[in-house]
Design a protein around this ligand. Structure first.
Ligand SMILES: O=C(O)CCC(=O)C(=O)O
Ligand SMILES: [Fe+2]
Length: 313
């Protein structure tokens, strides 16, 4: 399609001009360059951005040249070759229509552009490099006040159509006292295992937080199935948590990303995860490139060492 070719040309131009898709110079300029993306998808993304209730924004049909992509790396430390690099630029361009990219000092060596691929030895973990074990639903970096507003996933390949999962709370269907309890600071969210505890300076999840915030009709959800508990001894909070988790379990649905799909998960409205799968470690495994996006970069400033450092420490 013409629009996909035009987006790829723009990504290629950026790849020629900038050292990498998460170089500070590119992250500073990409907001302006992204205006050169085709108008129709830009308009659609903008409409979705203004919808308080949307779950995710899907940009399908991006061009990935499988014949040029090379092997899926065996570890996220290996970024892959030029075709994957182009995908990184394309992801950053689409992401710039929603906000500014951020990363984590304690995650994937502090890279802002990260990779989601199965790593041998991590099959049963609670991190994105797991495989045999289903990745339980979560708000990305739920423990942190500086978590992203969107998580962008660019699917480079997904040979078995392994689904990403999404789920949502039906707040109106919760009993009033449960809703009220969930809106109070009566819950603890620990950092997930993707964060290296030796590198974490900021929030460690020891302050009680609310799981539902904001006005009726535009409620922000914050939860992680494997890392959230009620404050010990608070039985009412524990029961409210169980009611919310039952809803999120029941509402979970599949979104299998295809090669060339870019999905921006709204990290305020939905939780996400991934079904289990069997990696082959044959160079053809599932591979997504990922970026966290903040709608208001300034909001995350207390978590960053300086105005031009995109990494939360
Ligand atoms: O692999 C996926 O589809 C999603 C993984 C995930 O939760 C993430 O990358 O944040
Ligand atoms: Fe995630």
């Amino acid at each position: 399609m013409e629009e996909a070719a035009s987006a790829r040309d723009l990504a290629r131009r950026c790849a020629g001009e900038y050292a990498s898709a998460d170089a500070p110079e590119f992250l500073a300029d990409v907001t302006v360059i992204a205006h050169e993306l085709p108008a129709a998808p830009r308009r659609a993304i903008n409409r979705a951005r203004l919808d308080d209730g949307e779950h995710a924004i899907l940009v399908t049909g991006n061009i990935v040249r499988d014949d040029l992509l090379g092997r899926t790396p065996t570890h996220w430390r290996d970024h892959g070759g030029e075709e994957a690099r182009l995908g990184g630029f394309a992801l950053m361009l689409w992401a710039a229509l929603l906000g500014d990219a951020i990363g984590w000092v304690a995650q994937q060596d502090g890279r802002v552009l990260t990779d989601v691929l199965p790593v041998a030895g991590m099959e049963e973990g609670d991190v994105s490099s797991s495989s045999h074990k289903e990745l339980g639903w979560h708000t990305e970096d739920a423990f942190s006040p500086f978590r992203a507003d969107y998580v962008g996933l660019y699917c480079l390949r997904n040979p078995d159509d392994t689904p990403t999962t999404l789920s949502f709370a039906d707040v109106a269907a919760l009993p009033g006292h449960v809703r009220a309890t969930l809106a109070e600071r009566r819950f603890l969210i620990r950092p997930d295992d993707a964060h290296d505890p030796r590198l974490m300076a900021g929030s460690r999840g020891d302050e009680a937080v609310a799981l539902l915030t904001g006005p009726a009709g535009a409620v922000t959800l914050r939860a992680d199935r494997d890392f959230t508990v009620a404050v010990p001894g608070d039985d009412q909070a524990r029961e409210a948590l169980e009611a919310l988790f039952a809803q999120l379990d029941a509402n979970l649905y599949d979104v299998p990303l295809a090669q060339g799909d870019v999905c921006f998960v709204d990290n305020r409205n939905v939780v996400h995860g991934r079904r289990s799968f069997r990696p082959r470690y044959d160079g053809r495994d599932r591979w997504l490139r990922r970026v966290n996006v903040a709608v208001d970069l300034r909001r995350t400033r207390p978590g960053r060492s300086g105005g031009d450092d995109r990494r939360i420490g």
